[in-house]
Design a protein around this ligand. Sequence first.
Ligand code: 5GP
Ligand code: ZN
Length: 137
Amino acid sequence: MDCIFCKIISNEIPSVKVYEDDRVFAFLDINPLNEGHLLVIPKAHAATIHEITEADFMAVAAATHKLSAAVKKALNPEGINLMQLNGEVANQVVPHLHVHIVPRWSGDGLTICKWKLVAGDMEKIQAIGEQIKEAIE
Ligand code: 5GP
Ligand code: ZN
């Protein structure tokens, strides 16, 4: 498969690996937003949250939890952003699901995950809540 991250898992493309288990692989991002920026990916190719199995997603979540603790212990950041983008419209660039672990320090100048709060229309919020509840399988 012509997927950069599948090639990283198979070692066709080198990476700085920090963790691997039967379902998950984790390595340092080559364009780090901050020191210690990690990517956690499933070994089985899945482009987005809609393709990955629940079991693989749970394995990615468990590894993300373990690696966040390791980043805290190793680098002592004041905070951590976890990010996971799905689809080009959501700014996903590499179509192999990945969770970004981004350590944060005050004054690091990053503007990620900083959005302006604008109050929503409560009727609309309630209607959308109903729509989503009905769609849960
Ligand atoms: P996305 O926008 O899809 O969530 O982010 C993709 C991430 O993959 C980017 O942060 C980018 O720096 C990283 N990336 C892309 N190609 C490579 C690569 O070949 N090696 C590593 N280590 N990271 C990569
Ligand atoms: Zn892949």
